[in-house]
Design a binder for this molecule. Structure first.
Ligand code: PAF
Length: 284
């Protein structure tokens, strides 16, 4: 039977446990999360256990990555359930700091990553990547893991974090884990909990429309026509607004097109369904 993970709330307690593992010559993996865990997060814990002896998960709903009009207050929270799931997946330690631990009075630093953070989420949610890069830089510094794991569902976020770790010489390997999907193909996301039953049924259209768009791109059709058709299909099904359906380079995030795609392309989507914003991406 899995043991319940310990929960620590201060940086000193976190560092004490990680130092003890290190002193025993053991490797440590970190899975940063905002809680409301699903199989996508748990798959990262299991991946972490392949690369390290111990997994630390953080649970922190990071106010710095939400704009004032976004869903910070509504974001689902449930530490007891999260801890149980993490324990079952093999995580031994949870770091669950308060806002005052992460952002004490007078906190005034922001980590900004240029380039890969520019398009897509960078345009639609201008505060987002600064908030993510800042909190992830802090979490990695606080924990000092050998490896840190992030889901490819937030593919642009993964690239931003890889760039930041490289640019700041953080001594950690950043690893992406494959997107975990529901049986009908919808990418797992904590925000799927916002969907009504009717919206949940409609949401299944995202992977269908996007898989067909990817096939068209592979067949050599013009990027701009494929993007426009996919966005129109989503709009016709009740999504709105469709923030983007766009092909970008999977390393640099450079916008692709016009014309057919080359190697290394990825197709990204963000679309609203009622009050829920769904994002996803596929390798072309
Ligand atoms: O992907 C998330 O859950 C968050 O953006 C992260 C990486 C934990 C930073 O708050």
């Amino acid at each position: 039977m899995a043991t319940a993970p310990s929960i620590v709330r201060t940086v000193a307690e976190l560092r004490r446990q990680v130092a003890a593992w290190r002193a025993a010559g053991e490797r440590v993996a970190m899975v940063p999360t905002m809680g409301a865990l699903h199989e996508g997060h748990l798959s990262l814990v299991r991946l972490g256990l392949i690369r390290a002896d111990h997994v630390v998960a953080s649970i922190f709903v990071n106010p710095a990555q939400f704009a004032p009009h976004e869903d910070f207050d509504a974001y689902p929270r449930g530490e007891g359930r999260d801890a149980e799931l993490l324990g079952q997946a093999g995580c031994e330690l949870i770091f669950a700091p308060d806002v005052a631990v992460m952002y004490p009075d007078g906190f005034s630093t922001r980590v900004l990553v240029d380039g890969v953070s520019g398009p897509l989420e960078g345009e639609k949610r201008p505060q987002f990547f600064g908030g993510v890069a800042t909190v992830v830089a802090k979490l990695l510094n606080q924990c000092g893991p050998d490896v840190a794991l992030f889901g490819e569902k937030d593919y642009q976020q993964l690239l931003v974090i890889k760039r930041m770790a490289r640019d700041l010489d953080l001594p950690v390997e950043i690893v992406g884990g494959p997107t975990v999907r529901e049986a009908d193909g919808l990418a797992m996301s904590s925000r799927n909990a916002y969907l009504s039953a009717e919206e949940r049924a409609t949401a299944a259209l995202v992977p269908i429309v996007m898989a067909e768009a990817v096939e068209r791109l592979r067949a050599g059709l013009a990027i701009e026509a494929v993007e426009a058709e996919a966005a129109a299909r989503l709009e016709a099904a009740g999504f709105g607004p469709v923030d983007y359906v766009q092909a970008h380079d999977g390393e640099t995030m450079a916008r692709l097109g016009p014309g057919p795609v080359g190697a290394g392309a990825r197709l990204f989507v963000a679309a609203w369904l009622g009050k829920t914003r769904l994002i996803d991406n596929w390798a072309v």
